[in-house]
Design a protein around this ligand. Sequence first.
Ligand code: PLP
Length: 324
Amino acid sequence: MKFSTQLFPETPLQRVRWPITDAAGVHFFVKREDLINPYWSGNKWYKLRGNVDAMKSQNKIGMVSFGGGYSNHLHALAYCGKALQIPTVGIVRGDYRHQLTPTLRDCEAAGMTLRFVDRKTYAQRYHPTFAAQLDPNLADYWVIPEGGANREGVLGCQVIAQSIQHQLDQHLRCFDLSSSSHKSSIPTPFQVFVPCGTATTLMGLISSLPEWANVHGVSVLKGEDTLTERVKQLLLDYGIKPHCQWSILTGYHSGGYGKFPPDLKAFMQAFEAECGFLLDPIYTVKMMRAIAAGVESGRWSKGDVVVAIHTGGLQGRRGYDLPM
Ligand SMILES: *Cc1c(COP(=O)(O)O)cnc(C)c1O
């Protein structure tokens, strides 16, 4: 794999020939946020960008956040801190002191200070002064919620939408897709798929994509039937307005967060062989499956434009013994 050496690269939007979309005549594109870097890959990096800006304006001296032993978010935060020379602290659910996961080993190597807390303590992470109560030194740190799920994270993710719109325009002009089924004065509608944990990334997209886009979030957690309502409330709290249509699909969690049953693995291996790039087992594979289901059921067909956001997370493959 070839990764960017820039801190803020613009990732490519690639036309991908996938037999499933090809057979249906669907124009399939993938926004390759996994190519930013294996470490601060994907959407986590955009969320952190928004938070770094906030940290600086608040005159904080470092950043502290929370996560599990395989957290993409802590991983990205550690490397972000290293790259920008900002001290970082990771508060980790569970005691991994004597058996650091590959993710946590990377975090430490990147200079992050790790603090391990038990599940009961970790449950208090949403309390605004939780970090400072744990360690008074953290009072001067910018606190980032688990997963980078805050308003700054949403604003950071708007950059993805701006880039997609611009790049898709270029592709459509190039393939002349717009003139075939739509009058050139009318923008070509397009479908955007994004995996959802907290839906922070989704909120960044829907607040920045144009009204002719339709965004489909694919929830990777089980029992997230209320996620749509939560997103609506958060948008109000953040004072952010969606411009396009959006919805959240809840039927593709494959058993729940982190669950990776054999059928999902088989789907992933087929996809990787057919398309020539890797997916992560927690998020992007479930999104691709939702797209496959939509195409196979005839929901998307000839001439439709479907954009999948590869949000990265490849470092998480190590937790499943998948080759990098
Ligand atoms: C965290 C993560 C997501 C989920 O992002 P949210 O903004 O929390 O919805 C999706 N994909 C990958 C690879 C992630 O690491």
